[in-house]
Design a protein around this ligand. Sequence first.
Ligand SMILES: C[S@@+](CC[C@H](N)C(=O)[O-])C[C@H]1O[C@@H](n2cnc3c(N)ncnc32)[C@H](O)[C@@H]1O
Length: 268
Amino acid sequence: MASAVSSLSAGSGNERFNAEAANWDKNPFVHEASKEAATAIVKQFPALKNRPAGHQLDVLEIGCGTGLLSCLLAPHAGRYVAVDAAQGMIDVLQSKLDKSEAPPNIIPVAVLLEDPEDKNLPPANEQEPDGKRLKVDLITSHLVLHHIEDLKSVLKTMLGCLKDGGSLALTDFQDTGPESKSFHPQSRMGGVERHGIHAETMEALMNEVGFVNARVTPAWSMDKTVEKFEGEFGEDPRSRKPDQGVVRSFPFVLCTGERAFCQTSDKS
Ligand SMILES: C[S@@+](CC[C@H](N)C(=O)[O-])C[C@H]1O[C@@H](n2cnc3c(N)ncnc32)[C@H](O)[C@@H]1O
């Protein structure tokens, strides 16, 4: 299985997210966006909520950050493996999981996921800790794809993490043209590989990698205060002045696709 080349392995993105981890949850936008993502994912996969205890779907979230989406979806899931390449993000998630009200089924893992058989992932069989890794029913990610340099490789990794018949539910903002660049302020461009997801390109890529029923559909839109000109917010967008910025609406997409039953080999 080829490995995913992520911009994070080059260092800049990872440093950025380690540095931002402690303050990540102070941004109301990320809470709002995760709630919208959870709603869109549950609507698309009602089985997440409808399974009886003991038969819930096992979920893998790639790029869980501080676990905002994880904590919303995990109460409906079986095992919820929450992976992030930034140790700082996983440390914040772990501090939430240490509280008694936290979902008990979240398994936090600090790893840049490039290999479905990565030994940091939980084993398929607890009795064989060094054996094959867990395969899941559903893979989620939110606001992550635009940070990944080689989407084809990460999609191959995702295919390898799914059970036969398992599904993808990936959300991110949409690339609608040059105006999408304003989603990130200039000081937060580190690790940004593309300005949103281009629906047709992503759908074609999922098909190429071997997903069936690959679709990229509009999911929701959100207002965001963005820079009127590059660099307007300076180094810290949170301390922008009231007269700075302009409100723009950003559409988000939901990328879905399935691993075929009896998938024998992945397309390269
Ligand atoms: C913009 S943040 C989003 C975090 C979270 N999903 C949220 O919405 O609050 C992107 C996260 O993806 C992680 N990431 C990107 N590529 C990854 C990979 N291949 N494996 C694990 N984590 C990855 C980064 O470390 C970063 O924390």
